[in-house]
Design a protein around this ligand. Structure first.
Ligand code: HSE
Length: 308
């Protein structure tokens, strides 16, 4: 096999209380990447469609940076060329750089005969995240590669895995058309937190994980609270509090920031609630002259896959 085409899903990171450790993958929204072996040892990006302003320079593009890390670990010299079709805008809070990084390492792994498992690909894709946001966080690349809900239990040593989740769970994504750079959204965070906030936060992380394992939707809803990151970052998102109150009034289990924003997400197990949140929160933003992209997604259990 000399060429492979893959799809890597968009992702919601943090999931409220789990800053830099929790994430889940979305269905049907993500990047496509076609990778072809070259006779030489060059990494070449032939084209990027669907988004502008993304570097073609292999020294800085997240896809080539990630493949370079994989080749270095493998100790082989190989060349690839690629085209990337982006469905996720950079700066959306939906794991745009992570999708390209995950797609790149997954495709390279396929063409090299699968020397690595999906989990073993995570550190290489994290190099792409580091190139994009100066911090090698794993909470977007892990769900994009593995699918489902994922946990980064530890960064050093890296320990990542997927956990069960209830089949009826749906996410509503609200993406106001303003850009928030992850690197900026990380810079504004406080370096120290109160012990009482930490107690609240880790109680919610434990509750959320338990709710997912137990398919206990009320517990998931009670646990979708973020007392550390959301109060700081929500100022970057227009009309955040009103949008959140509207979604909660419509029956969302919870509503908070997706990754570093500006996208926000709600979770619900009811299709009618999902439709009401998508339509009414979108209409609310449009009434404020802010364009939004909004959609409903189930949780993508498959992660990155080969496509025809
Ligand atoms: N955990 C990262 C952050 C995700 O919140 O900064 C960025 O999408």
């Amino acid at each position: 096999m000399d060429t492979v085409k893959v799809f890597a899903p968009a992702t919601v990171a943090n999931v409220g209380c789990g800053y830099d450790v929790l994430g889940f993958a979305l269905e049907g929204y993500g990047d496509e990447l076609t990778l072809t072996r070259r006779a030489d040892d060059q990494l070449v990006i032939k084209a990027i469609t669907g988004a502008s302003g993304i570097p073609l320079d292999p020294a800085t593009n997240v896809a080539t940076v990630s493949i370079r890390a994989l080749l270095q670990e493998l100790g082989v010299s190989a060349g690839f060329e690629m085209t990337i079709h982006k469905n996720i805008s950079p700066g959306s809070g939906l794991g745009s750089s992570a999708s390209s990084s995950a797609a790149a390492v997954f495709a390279a792994n396929e063409l090299l005969g699968r020397p690595f498992t999906r989990q073993q690909l995570v550190p290489f894709a994290m190099k792409g995240e580091e190139a994009a946001s100066a911090k090698p966080h794993a909470d977007n690349v892990t769900p994009s590669l593995l699918g489902g809900f994922t946990i980064v239990r530890s960064y050093d040593p890296l320990d990542v895995f997927a956990i069960p989740f209830p089949s009826g769970l749906q996410a509503v994504i609200i993406f106001p058309q303003v850009e928030v750079k992850t690197s900026d959204a990380k810079k504004i965070l406080k370096k120290q937190i109160n012990l009482s906030d930490a107690v609240t936060q880790w109680g919610n992380v434990a509750g959320l994980i338990s709710g997912l394992f137990l398919s206990d939707f009320d517990l998931i809803g009670r646990s979708l609270q973020d007392v550390i990151i959301e109060p700081v970052r929500s100022i970057l998102i227009p009309s955040y509090d009103e949008a959140k109150q509207l979604a909660l009034a419509l029956g969302a289990l919870g509503y908070t920031i997706s990754g570093s924003g500006p996208s926000m997400f709600a979770l619900t197990q009811h299709a009618s609630v999902a439709v009401a949140i998508r339509d009414q929160v979108s209409a609310f933003y449009r009434s404020r002259d802010i364009e939004v992209i909004s959609f409903i997604s189930s949780i993508n259990a498959n992660g990155t896959v080969v496509i025809p």
